[in-house]
Design a binder for this molecule. Structure first.
Ligand SMILES: *Cc1c(COP(=O)(O)O)cnc(C)c1O
Length: 461
């Protein structure tokens, strides 16, 4: 399997190279040249299989010969050993035709663990084999950072630096990033919002001298391996409620478009998905794009679902690449315009294709709280604010096909918002009960490329 850049100018890479690189040198994102398909029989055979076995079958065609089968099975086993639920990603029923896919049973209580635990193990095996060492820099709106720290802390071949927007993550999220004691992981509190952090990361990747000097690698959702790991639970959840004999729909609380793009990949691979529904909070650039084709950045307004407070939705570029028939030059033109002018407009053809696959909805702050309250009262399910955004939009979009909404985080990551909404204080699980007593270690840094690069140079062992 070859990987190509969405902007058409960077060299083709293998899975291993794409995974270790992150962003392509032409500013694009790596995507597989083609999507392998699974037969209906193979999908049907997933019923009742352990999560790890399905993960192996779904991901194997993309990974090629980067790992032997035995190596890859061991990687998957180690990745999910720390999950606290036997199903890893269990499905619960909310109402007759509405199901919740709980993605928060990993070590840091958000769906980011599903991919990050896996790529931590994949990086380690690949780097050890190469005798290499890399510097991973990540930008986070809250959950990616802690998931990365948990996955990479203590590894020999990696230094990890996580930039988060100072003052804009929940206290639990911040403490999960500032309390690990391993010396190879570093939290950087950046002055700015998430988009500032993400722009700094992109600029760092485009500073080729720095990139080569520190052997920069990325694990943000722009890393193809992250998206790939998330494809798996679309299969396990759909099969658990009757696919492939039944067609299902999914609603996904969306920020950077990584999680829902994984659903699109599952569909391209043959999983019978009817609709993919993009759920946004008040930072609704994707919902507006669906309505008018107009992809225009506005300022980010902080919300109770901070992991979705995003206006630059990086993985959307991967979809745009398909909407424009894999023409890198067209994609480059659009995303250059976005960077320069903060806006682009999709062609009529592209809008049509987008609407063929996706629907969208937006959930206000009041609606988020009301949804948390309603579901505690009617089902005893305590939703995190992000999951509530999804559930609300899903309820508005349920048609004939059963709906699966992705529950992206545990409510205990956002205790204040949940308590305000429904009066219930969600407790942290036992392994994190002393989080508020642990010492914090963090470097405050200006939202400026040279300043951040200086901190990273100094922090590398
Ligand atoms: C990251 C995150 C999202 C958004 O996922 P994307 O892949 O960026 O669209 C939603 N909810 C939670 C809790 C998250 O951590």
């Amino acid at each position: 399997m070859k990987y190509v850049s969405t902007r058409g100018q960077a060299p083709e890479l293998t899975f291993e190279q794409a995974m270790l690189t992150g962003l392509a040198r032409d500013g694009g994102l790596y995507v597989p040249e083609t999507f392998p398909t699974l037969s209906t029989d193979q999908i049907a055979s997933f019923a009742g299989k352990p999560y790890e076995d399905v993960a192996f079958e779904v991901m194997k065609p993309f990974v090629g010969d980067t790992f032997t089968d035995t190596e890859f099975k061991e990687i998957i086993k180690r990745a999910y050993a720390g999950f606290s639920h036997a199903a890893k990603c269990p499905v619960v029923q909310l109402s007759e035709n509405h199901f919740l896919l709980e993605l928060f049973h990993g070590p840091t209580l958000a769906f980011k663990d599903v991919a990050m635990q896996l790529i931590g193990q994949m990086f380690e095996v690949a780097l050890k084999r190469r005798g290499d060492r890399v510097t991973i820099v990540g930008a986070t709106s809250g959950d990616t950072g802690s998931a990365a720290m948990e996955a990479f802390k203590g590894l020999d071949a990696v230094d990890l630096f996580i930039m988060y927007p100072h003052g804009r993550v929940s206290e639990v999220q911040r403490r999960q990033m500032t309390t690990p004691t391993e010396s190879n992981v570093h939290a950087l509190a950046v002055d700015g919002d998430f988009d500032t952090c993400q722009a700094l990361l992109k600029d760092m990747f485009n500073d080729f001298d720095f990139r080569d000097e520190v052997k920069l690698a990325g694990v943000n959702s722009i890393n193809w391996a992250r998206v790939l790991a998330q494809v798996v639970y679309y299969f396990t959840s759909a099969v658990s409620i009757g696919a492939p004999a039944r067609t299902v729909s999914f609603t996904v609380p969306t920020g950077n478009f990584g999680d829902i793009f994984a659903g699109y990949v599952a569909k391209r691979m043959g999983l019978p998905i009817d609709r993919l529904i993009i759920a946004t909070n008040q930072n609704d650039i994707l919902h507006r794009t669906m309505e008018s084709g107009d992809h225009t950045k506005t300022g980010v307004t902080p919300s109770v679902s901070p992991s979705m407070d995003i206006q630059v939705s990086s993985n959307f570029e991967r979809l745009v690449f398909d909407l424009y028939d894999q023409e890198g030059a067209a994609v480059a033109q659009l995303f250059d315009a976005l960077k320069e002018d903060g806006t682009f407009t999709l062609s009529q053809g592209a809008i049509g294709k987008l609407r063929d696959e996706f629907d969208s909805g937006r959930c206000s702050e009041d609606e988020t709280s009301a949804t948390i309250k309603k579901y505690v009262e009617t089902t005893h399910e305590v939703l995190c604010p992000h999951s509530a955004v999804g559930v609300k939009v899903a309820d508005e979009n349920i048609k004939d096909a059963p709906m699966i909404t992705l529950a992206t985080a545990h409510p205990a990551k956002f205790p204040a918002a949940v308590k305000d909404a429904c009066g219930v204080h969600p407790d942290l699980p036992a392994h994190m009960a002393d989080l508020f007593e642990r010492d914090e270690r963090v470097t405050r840094v200006a939202g400026d490329l040279a300043a951040v690069e200086a901190v990273i140079r100094k922090g590398i062992k």
